[in-house]
Structures are given as C-alpha cells and as structure tokens.
Design a protein around this ligand. Sequence first.
Ligand SMILES: *Cc1c(COP(=O)(O)O)cnc(C)c1O
Length: 563
Amino acid sequence: MEIALDASIPTYSGGLGVLAGDTLRAMADLRLPVVAATLVHRKGYFRQHLDGDGKQTESPDEWSPEDRLEALEPRVLVTIEGRPVTLRAWKYEVAGVTDHRIPVYLLDSDIESNDEYDRALTDSLYGGDIRYRLCQEVVLGIGGIAILRALGHADFHTYHMNEGHSSLLTLALLQEHASLHDRGSVIESDVDDVRQKCVFTTHTPVDAGHDRFSAELVESVLGKERTGILARLTHPEAGVFNLTKLAMFFCRSANGVSIRHAHVARRMFPETSISAITNGVHVGTWTSPPFARLYDRHVPDWRRDNRYLRQASAIPREEIQMAHAETKATLLAEVERRTSTKLNAGTMTIGFARRATGYKRADLLYTDEERLRRIIERVGPLQLVYGGKAHSRDTTGKAAIERIFSVARELKDILRVVYLEEYDMRLAAVMVAGVDLWLNNPLKPLEASGTSGMKAALNGVPSLSVLDGWWLEGWIEGVTGWAIGDRSEESGDPVAELDSLYGKLENAILPMFYDRPRAYADVMRSAISHNGSFFNAQRMVSQYVQNVYEPGSAPREEELVSS
Ligand SMILES: *Cc1c(COP(=O)(O)O)cnc(C)c1O
C-alpha cells in the first residue's frame, strides 16, 4: 500500500513504506527481475504541524506525479460498487548500485471519466473511512494485476503480498486462471494454482494493521459474484472478511519480519506455517556521507556487497569518532535551524523517532522525573531529540507528543528536549546518524521488527532498546548496545522495565560515554561490524530469494517447529 521511493515523494507513512523502498533498492543492487505495484497517493500521507504545546494538526501533502514520474499509456477497468472505474499507472524506476532498474507502477484513478468519489481513490494513504480503504484495496490488488497485464507482463513466478492490503490480487489471479481454462466458475485446482504463485509477509502484530471488512461492505464493493467466491473458499468468521487471513489462505509461504515476530504471528494465526526473515535497511540509502567516506577508505566494495562491513572492526576508533562528530554537528545544525535551540556537541544526545502511537511509549523515560533528575545530577548531562507523526485519528499518539512538550518545559533547568516536526526519510537520516544513542522502548511484543535502530547501527550509533523485534537478534550487551528489561515475550512488570531503563543509563551508558570514550567508540564500531553487516536489505532480500522465492524452497513444517 505504500513505498518510500524518494525522500521528496510523499508516498509513504513510515516503517512499512520505507522497508518496501529499501527492499526494492536492495533488489536493484542484486539485479533481481522484479516489478512492484502501489498507489500513487496524490495527497501523500499528511504534513504535520505542531504548535507551541505540541498539539498536532495535519494538512494534505499534495504533489504532482506529472512532474516526477513517467506516464504510461494503458488504461484498465475495474468494477467497484458496480461502477466501472478506469485506472492508469505512472512509472518510477528504483536504482541500486548497479545499472539495473526496478520499475514501480503507481496506480492512479484520477481520470476525468471516473466518478468524483472514484477519482479520489488513489489520493490519500491511510485516509478516509473503511469503505474508502476497501475500494483502494480493489484498485491495488485487482487493478494492480490488470495494469501489469496491460503493460505486457505475463504471469510471474511469484507474487509477493506485503500485508493483507494487497491480498485481493489473489481474487484477480483466481478469476484469470478460471477464464484461461474457459470456465465461468472457480474450482479447487484454480486455488492450488494461485497458491503456488503467492507468498505473503505479515509486518505487524498490531490490530490496526490487519484489515477486516463486514460481509455487507465486501458485497457492496466487490459485488455478489466475487464475494461469493471469497466466502466459499475462505469461510469468513462471523461474517467478517479478514484480508490477512485471505492472503494466508492463498500463499505457498508466509513469514514474519523477525524471529520473535514469527513466534508471535504463529500464535495469532495457528492454522498457518510462518517462518522468519528479519528485516534489513538499504545501506547505500542510510549511511551518512561521513561514514560512507570512512567505509570507502576502509571497506572496499561495501555498497555492492554489504557483508564486507564486517571488516569495520578494523577501522581505527579515532576515525569513527571523527566521522560521528561530523554527523552530530549536522544534526545539531538542523535542530538549531528548525527550533532555534542550541544543543551542546559534548553532551550525550539521545534520539527517539518513529510513528507516534501508543505502544511506542515515547514518554516512558519521563515516568519518574525525580529519578531522571538524580541520574543527570550524578553522572552527567543529557539532551534528547524527538520526531514522529501521529495518525490524524490516533489520540493516544497525539497525547504522547504533547507530553514530550510539557516535559521539556518542566525539566528545562536540567535537560534540553526538542521535538522536530515532519519526521520523514530525510530527517530520519540526519537523526539516526547524529545522536549518540538510539532509544526504543515499545510495549512488547508489538514491535514486529523495527528498523530505525538498524539505520543508526550503520552510522555507528548503538541502541538502548527493549528486547523485541530485531534487537533480540542484534543485541550483545555492552558490545552492540544495551537492553531494557529481559527476553520475556510480554512487557510484564512496567516498574522493572523502567528500573532497567534508568539503571542502564545511570550505571553503564552515561559513565562509559563521559569517562571512557574509547570504550564507547568500541561499542560504536561493533554496532557497525556486527549489525550493519547483517541487518541490511541485501541480506534480507537474499533470504527471500533463498527461502521463499526459489521453487521448492518453502520450509517444511518440521523446520518451522524447530526454529
Ligand atoms: C525507518 C523509518 C521508520 C521506521 O522506524 P521504526 O524504528 O521501524 O519504527 C519510520 N519513519 C521513517 C521516516 C523512517 O525512515
């Protein structure tokens, strides 16, 4: 549903879209024969405005595909709520480190002959009501297959659905297969055929990520016949169609995005075998210029093959410290430009930025203000840089932003806190590289993977994070960063978790940062060599090729159980 193609094209909202873009960039690095489809989102996600109290308002983030993308000729028709809707597509080419290009087709319904309602269907990412969302998913899944065929792409070896948003493509494939065999109705062998072609990745255990629609709505949008096919094959529970379950029904392979997430997803969907492919980030995109120059000197060929970053262990500490001083200066200049706040280059700077939503707990650090005061007085100063948008209807997320603003005021005698507006790829790149420590404290087990900590690691910035998602795999205590709490699957006792957070800052991180800077530089270096070399999108894509895309590669049940 979203792909972050370029920092200046607002076709994404957060982690899922950035991951999709990074995946395609790594596929281009590896010269894979892939095409992608998404919606054009003419009004983007939204622009975020924060007033002096941190109250968020939103405005559309309009852009012109006409100025940035290549127009494609074909027009296709899909039926939505009984109306014929004409679609076209725009093309963007994703480039990697080689001359290989991956075409992305962005579907667009803004065509004069369409109804006013239909013309707006490809405008807003995650906007509108549930009816709008289902109509968008018809455009993406059914319109997507139609546009691919019209562009001359015959059948593919594999269709990779990411989240249930795209899963109506299975219906299009099913009907295509039936009509290919001159049958008016779908039979069991059509189902097997579609299943052999489709793979699915679930990206979050959070409920809002799993689309569910009532039978009435599905019938009014898809019509009686198509709804009948879906109902007959997938047996919706209590009249509710769950598009994640639809994707799982029709795929030959399903996976989660970290080892822990796959465990959690197996509990949510016990009827499906779910393997794990842990996410990664695109190294060429997320390495800051000072670190790119450093790697150019010490790690030849790191862009083409990210695994060579393992050799970062031989980079002299001083050079890592010097590169980091540059990225930190860039961040502090950006903070001053945006907020007129001067941060101190010698002070431990903690970064926290991601979608602002309840389970991410942006304000957890301020639960015990007195304790925080004592820590700072005892072991040294702190400053914090925040960023992140709350979805327009997410009142908890919005309240978390306001809380950061009010804390900044209450603690201003001992602590500098800034919250930067409009967190996007560009700001993320400056933040993850410029801070000294990347903080992540979501409520377990809701962080499927998390990727911003991987971006930080590529720039020598260690994480302090709860043991959820990717950090369970990337964490070596005191070597690549630090853990908050233990390995248990649920967050459990909030007091113990909080105690761990404060304890790590007070007894491990701040004393090392201020008193043993060489030891801190060792941690920075290990973050690169251990985690940059593994939690990258080239490794992730290689795992998709080896474990999911290649014929006969679907893991057997026994393998899944033992993993
Ligand atoms: C990387 C990124 C995210 C995802 O961060 P998480 O740590 O996975 O929550 C969200 N938004 C932007 C703009 C990003 O670059």
